[in-house]
Design a protein around this ligand. Sequence first.
Ligand code: NAD
Ligand code: USQ
Length: 384
Amino acid sequence: MKILVLGGDGYLGWPTALHLSEQGHQVAVADNFARRGYDHELGVESLVPIEPLQTRIEVWRELTGKTIGMYVGDLTDPLFTYHIINDFEPEAVVHFAEQRAAPYSMIDRHHAVYTQQNNVVGNLNLLYAIAETNPDIHLVKLGTMGEYGTPNIDIEEGWLELEHNGRRDRVLFPKRPGSFYHLSKVHDSHNIEFACRIWDLRATDLNQGVVYGQQTPETARDERLATRFDYDAVFGTVLNRFTIQAVIGHALTVYGSGGQTRGIIDIRDTVRCIQLACENPAARGEFRVFNQMTESMSVKDIAETVKRAYPGDVTVERLDNPRVEAPEHYYKVKHTKLVELGLEPHLLSDTLIESMFDITKRYAHRVRLEALRPNVYWRDPTAG
Ligand code: NAD
Ligand code: USQ
């Protein structure tokens, strides 16, 4: 298939592009390098050094003989978005290209507005470009489990059958997200569902949990193919942060009671899920939602798991939670649709955590300790 990966320079977009290319698909990536810009703005860097996108693509071609196309531009620019759809003529578009850190969106008004403009406008331009160019293109969009929040009922895959005052209906599952970033994904989901209804587009919204891990079989082939590995308090995600903190002898930073529970997924399963979604497209007019996570864990259980796997001493520090989120709650998620399509999940294992310790040890000298402490507070909109 011809597959266009938007956000192909990012943590997940790059390994996905390699995986799809390895599977024999014809791949092109698009990116505006905003993510590298946030690093400059925040004064942080990926723990693992990453090559420029051009170098990565060239190394992949040298190693495999496979070509990956490249477009540089911004999805909020409609001319660029229409151009890439017209020029590459994809059968599927995988859309990763959004500002994805909840804390970044909560720094202040400017960052909240940027996040929602970047994400919602980029996605809307893409919907129009697909509808006007070729409505047969399958949109595979990265959403997030955080769209649902932590409701006191089971979380279904996107849709909810309900009965109210004796009448029945099928409605989008109610959303109660926990940051302006997560809200941008809710707005995207509604826009996509509407576009499927009015223009008969085909779309899959992948409500993904928190991703962990740094390597896939393809990125591991050469260190110049590495994807980013963030540890700072704004972009670093919880399990990645805890493995890095364990190695450098920093206390694991559990926010609040640690009773907050999230869906999680190994990066190797992320790339496989995208492949499965692309190869099994939604029908015309269908807005399909998959919960892209493989297991649920509380933050304190994640901390305990990392502590157990580490061969040295590890301490856990309970920090006042900088976020506003339920400290203890019900959490039961249905996530069977990707398994039905063939996903064989890698559940969290000591072996995987040990391999993350090994990667960290190589680059531990690059950690900036001050970047580890949380410095964005949900209740203080003037902090930025
Ligand atoms: P990332 O920030 O590493 O990658 C996103 C890429 O998109 C970056 O390279 C960035 O430069 C690019 N981009 C952003 N805005 C753009 C625009 N307007 N035009 C063109 N390019 C743009 O993030 P990631 O961790 O790879 O996440 C990818 C997607 O998956 C995001 O949509 C995120 O919300 C979703 N997701 C990520 C996780 C996770 O744990 N990392 C979990 C669930 C969902
Ligand atoms: N947490 C800690 N200590 C830390 C870091 C995080 O206790 O040092 C806690 C947070 O309070 C939160 C949980 O861990 O309860 C997850 O936080 P996170 O930063 O790992 O993940 P989150 O902010 O939810 O965002 C990440 C990605 C985002 C994606 C989301 C999936 O950055 O792009 O959408 O995971 S989900 O959580 O399912 O919404």
